[in-house]
Design a protein around this ligand. Structure first.
Ligand SMILES: [Zn+2]
Ligand SMILES: [Zn+2]
Length: 352
């Protein structure tokens, strides 16, 4: 079978301007997998870049990392991935630095800087064809919609955070924010055995969180979320709080929801403009509180996330807006994704 030589890809050319460009797909080697791409979801990282909030990421950006696709061909060294399999990308780090050798690929210090290929930055997630090293791919369930398998990376980051937060069965865990990543965090916390309490401000997201079956969803616009958390936990407070929005108010409220001794607070999201957080060091000391930062995920977290998605432990359909755009309409897709209160928007990568 003759493999395609040219790919089409979505490129952010400058703020508020995305276009479909083309370039050679490249050559296969013994470790390569040739992928016919299915869908890519637009991550916050992507649409905030399009929106001019992350100009430091550079232009022209042929990015995208929340995709899945079908294998068309494999090189001779490839193990465990066959033609016809569905795959999604897992970051593997450089594989050589001290952190990668310990499996801590999220802390890779051996990565080269941003490099231009054919004049473009980025990983080409918004493409119709892609060649990747098999060690950066995980197999996903073919029976799920492709857009749900595109959640491999987002779910892996929630798994990574949950391990850092050391969530145990029977704990009260509050998730602040029921956006795309709030809902993913809520589901992963539930999978870790927690009783999950969700706080949210907007009607659309409150309804979405309730539709997932969470009994304790707090409308923070209408009631005091701190008082309500203490009420729901028999006056104890939360064992752990996950701030799934980068927002000063969320930090202030989340901190006050913690149980008196040994509460843990996970800062999951970045916020633009930069939010503020005020903590009293003496209080952290006396109450033995923990403030934990998290971002990205290690290889083991990707593997766990692939299992959880493929086996229905996490259902990512809730985090999808249900809006699909052809690759040729990438500009419209970004416009939709950057609209407030929108869940993940999906690009159909074979529609060029
Ligand atoms: Zn992402
Ligand atoms: Zn490394």
């Amino acid at each position: 079978m003759e493999l395609p030589k040219i790919r089409h890809m979505g490129v952010i050319v400058e703020p508020h301007k995305a276009e479909m460009h083309s370039e050679p797909v490249g050559e296969m080697d013994a470790d390569s997998v040739f992928i016919q791409m299915e869908t890519n979801n637009i991550c916050t990282t992507d649409y905030q870049h399009w929106d001019g909030l992350r100009n430091h990421q550079g232009f022209p950006m042929a990015g995208g990392h929340e995709w899945s696709g079908t294998v068309l061909a494999v090189g001779e060294n490839v193990v465990g991935i066959e033609v016809g399999d569905r795959v999604a990308p897992a970051a593997k780090g450089c594989g050589r630095c001290v952190n990668c050798r310990m499996g801590r690929t999220s802390c890779c210090i051996g990565k080269s800087g941003r490099t231009l290929v054919n004049g473009y930055l980025g990983q080409r997630g918004f493409s119709n064809y892609l060649i990747m090293d098999w060690r950066s791919l995980l197999k996903m369930n073919k029976d799920l919609p492709a857009a749900e398998c595109g959640f491999l990376e987002p779910v892996s980051t929630a798994v990574s955070g949950m391990k850092k937060l050391r969530v145990k069965p029977g704990e009260n865990v509050v998730v602040i924010g029921a956006g795309t990543m709030g809902l993913v965090n809520a589901q992963v916390a539930h999978a870790f055995g927690a009783r999950v309490i969700v706080c949210e401000l907007t009607d659309k997201k409150l309804a979405r969180a309730r539709s997932m079956g969470f009994a304790d969803v707090i409308n923070s616009r209408e009631e005091d979320p701190i008082a309500r958390v203490f009420e729901l936990t028999d006056g104890m407070g939360a064992d752990a709080v996950i701030a799934a929005v980068g927002n000063s108010k969320a930090y202030e409220q989340g901190y006050k929801m913690l149980k008196h001794y040994e509460g843990r607070f996970l800062l999951f999201a970045a916020g633009y403009p930069k939010p503020e957080m005020h903590i009293d060091p003496n209080e952290v000391h006396y109450r033995r509180l923990e403030i934990i930062g998290t971002m990205n995920s290690d290889v083991a977290d990707f593997k766990d996330a692939a299992f959880m998605i493929s086996n229905g432990i996490v259902n990512c359909s809730y985090s999808l807006e249900g809006a699909y755009y052809p690759l040729r309409d990438i500009q419209e897709a970004y416009k939709k994704a950057a609209t407030p209160d929108t869940y993940r928007v999906t690009v159909n990568l074979q529609e060029i």
